[in-house]
Design a protein around this ligand. Structure first.
Ligand code: E4P
Length: 217
């Protein structure tokens, strides 16, 4: 499963990119607002830090203006992936852009039928928001299972990008279901490394090693 980080903050991206485990980045208008940074400038900087797809979202709601915004955004770098909302105009834009060879991430997906539409529109990625789904009394992971089944039924190439990830349990479930990608805030990705028995094990090994009086170097 590919790991994307869901942030527009440069330092956490740089730190995760250095682990060699980061496959891409997702941003959205709220994350850009939170960063306080210039959208086009920060997108260019992120694209230099990561080789994989960097999602940059259009903010227009009509197809014509979405296309104009996408034109500006995709000129920033080859790894820009245009993010469009799951609306009629968004999917029209998706179809046009993917037809021209541009990567598209269809966002704000809350149903398997919406995911089916996105695949038919040729989306590179579909972003079902599991956390927001859970917040509203549904089970976000059921949605991922349904989308996996449908995409496999028809061998759609659209990658399932599990979004709105709130905790490590979401990551585990996404991997068990066979999602292609998950995007999570930096904290959740860092939490994946942690286990109390790993810390305890290191402590024990270090204490015993000290008793040997030896050194490897
Ligand atoms: C995904 O691309 C979105 O940016 C993100 O995962 C939304 O997460 P949230 O529901 O925590 O805002």
């Amino acid at each position: 499963m590919k790991f994307f980080v869901d942030t527009a903050e440069i330092e956490p991206i740089r730190e995760l990119a250095a682990t060699g485990l980061l496959d891409g980045v997702t941003t959205n208008p709220s994350l850009i607002a939170k960063s306080g940074l210039d959208f086009k400038e920060v997108t260019a900087e992120i694209c230099k830090l990561v080789d994989g797809p960097v999602s940059a979202e259009v903010v227009a709601l009509d197809h014509e203006t979405m296309m104009k915004e996408a034109e500006v955004l995709r000129r920033i770098a080859d790894n820009v992936c245009i993010k469009v909302p799951l609306t009629v105009d968004g999917l029209k834009t998706c179809k046009a852009l993917t037809g021209e060879g541009t990567m598209v991430n269809v966002t704000l997906c809350f149903s398997a039928n919406q995911a089916l539409l996105a695949a038919k529109a040729g989306a590179s990625f579909i972003s079902p928001f599991v956390g927001r789904h859970d917040d509203n009394g549904f089970d976000g992971m059921d949605l991922i299972e349904d989308i996996r089944l449908i995409y496999d039924n028809y061998a759609y190439a659209t990658e399932i990008l599990v979004a709105s990830v709130r905790h490590t349990g979401h990551v585990l479930q996404a991997a068990k279901i066979g999602a292609d990608v998950m995007t999570a805030p930096p904290k959740v990705i860092h939490d994946l490394f942690k286990h109390v028995l790993t810390d305890k094990g290191i402590e024990g090994f270090m204490a015993d090693w000290a008793k040997t009086g030896q050194s490897i170097l």
